[in-house]
Design a protein around this ligand. Structure first.
Ligand SMILES: NC(=O)c1ccc[n+]([C@@H]2O[C@H](COP(=O)([O-])OP(=O)(O)OC[C@H]3O[C@@H](n4cnc5c(N)ncnc54)[C@H](OP(=O)(O)O)[C@@H]3O)[C@@H](O)[C@H]2O)c1
Length: 231
């Protein structure tokens, strides 16, 4: 049975992709600051903040003892701050960077150590179309995901000798708590900048991740795949 670690599985996209991979027969190890919201024989949850280095190291140690190895890591946990830059407090800046950049980095570093015995080891990070679209009101969020993209490209090179592919997915807006505060007019204007002008859905995300996870995708690394025809 293949084992996949997914961060941010309490709600939103992370919960939905965890349920998708459970249905596909994977063993799923999830985490979030809150408690588990998934009950399944093949699901295990760690309650932690992805930017807490000691907690991430402890989680990796526990997985090594219980599972020995993992096959894939999906760095989904992320937060946004939708606000004009002049109105964004320093504390928000730190929280977004800690969660999106430091959390992604720590999971890549620690979970890579558990992938050596996998036949098709994979990392998929989460970006957003807010970065290539240079969305006003999302400066710190988009900048944090630009850093995630840079990490993705460099780790792809550093981890190639371990046969681990590292790619990133950039979803368009998807109806979750993350975007509920965006006014409808602003959201429609954003969607109108996509080639395909609709909201994204979890199935779009799962389809792209399925592709990265395939054994045949072992020559695809360091790539950023945006949904909806954004480039
Ligand atoms: N929805 C969109 O339109 C959209 C578009 C493009 C990209 N994305 C990206 O997709 C990913 C998921 O977004 P979403 O829409 O599903 O967001 P969401 O509904 O707000 O869910 C975020 C998830 O991450 C967890 N989380 C947040 N901070 C955490 C932390 N510090 N440590 C551990 N877990 C944490 C949350 O659980 P707890 O509260 O229990 O910690 C929750 O399960 C993010 O990386 C986001 O940037 C989303």
């Amino acid at each position: 049975m293949r084992t996949i670690v997914i961060t941010g599985t309490r709600k939103g996209i992370g919960k939905a992709i965890a349920e998708h991979y459970l249905a596909e027969g994977f063993e799923v190890i999830g985490c979030s600051r809150g408690n588990a919201s998934i009950k399944h024989a093949n699901y295990q949850h760690f309650s932690l903040d992805v930017s807490d280095e000691e907690a991430v190291i402890d989680m990796a140690r526990a997985i090594r003892e219980s599972h020995g190895k993992i096959d894939a890591l999906l760095n989904n946990a992320g937060i946004a701050s939708m606000n004009h830059a002049l109105l964004t407090p320093g504390e928000t800046v730190s929280r977004v960077l800690q969660t999106n950049v430091v959390g992604t980095f720590l999971f890549c570093r620690e979970m890579t150590k558990l992938m050596r015995r996998s036949s098709a080891p994979r990392i998929v990070n989460f970006s957003t179309v807010a970065h290539p679209l240079n969305l006003e009101g999302e400066a710190i969020y988009a900048a944090s995901k630009a850093a995630v993209e840079s990490l993705t490209r460099i780790l792809a090179r550093e981890l190639a000798e371990l046969k681990i592919t590292v790619n990133a997915l950039g979803p368009t807006p998807i109806d979750t708590d993350l975007i509920r505060g965006v006014p409808p007019k602003k959201m429609q204007a954003l969607i109108n900048r996509q080639a395909i002008t609709r909201l994204g859905e979890v199935r779009d995300v799962c389809n792209a991740i399925d592709f990265f996870l395939q054994a045949e995708s072992d020559f695809i690394t360091g790539q950023i795949l945006y949904l909806g025809g954004v480039s």
